[in-house]
Design a protein around this ligand. Sequence first.
Ligand SMILES: NC(=O)c1ccc[n+]([C@@H]2O[C@H](COP(=O)([O-])OP(=O)(O)OC[C@H]3O[C@@H](n4cnc5c(N)ncnc54)[C@H](OP(=O)(O)O)[C@@H]3O)[C@@H](O)[C@H]2O)c1
Length: 90
Amino acid sequence: MRIAVHGASGFTGSLVVTELVRRGFTPVLVGRDETRLRAVAARAAIPDPQIRVARLDDIDALAAALADTDAVINTAGPFTRWGEPVVRAA
Ligand SMILES: NC(=O)c1ccc[n+]([C@@H]2O[C@H](COP(=O)([O-])OP(=O)(O)OC[C@H]3O[C@@H](n4cnc5c(N)ncnc54)[C@H](OP(=O)(O)O)[C@@H]3O)[C@@H](O)[C@H]2O)c1
């Protein structure tokens, strides 16, 4: 199962990434800042991380980043403001 974590670079997102790795998943890290996403992947010791950069106002890029995933966990908030684009893209 391929699980995307949008907002993986944040506090909550990095905890989710770490827990998914602990459970044997290789999460797809999605967000706007590649450097920060790579840092989270390194901290979680993901050997071949899947990093996808997409901004929230670029719905096509966001949809492409999520296209082959089975589930999406969105941790980029506030959710009333940033939640809808992720839901729509998914
Ligand atoms: N931490 C808690 O204990 C807690 C408790 C209850 C609720 N919450 C809620 O949960 C959400 C996440 O909390 P957090 O503590 O994990 O926050 P955080 O560490 O500040 O992380 C926020 C994440 O959202 C991303 N983000 C924010 N604005 C964005 C935008 N315009 N476009 C794309 N990405 C954006 C950030 O990306 P960058 O890294 O690129 O900036 C980062 O990945 C917040 O809404 C917060 O209110 C948190």
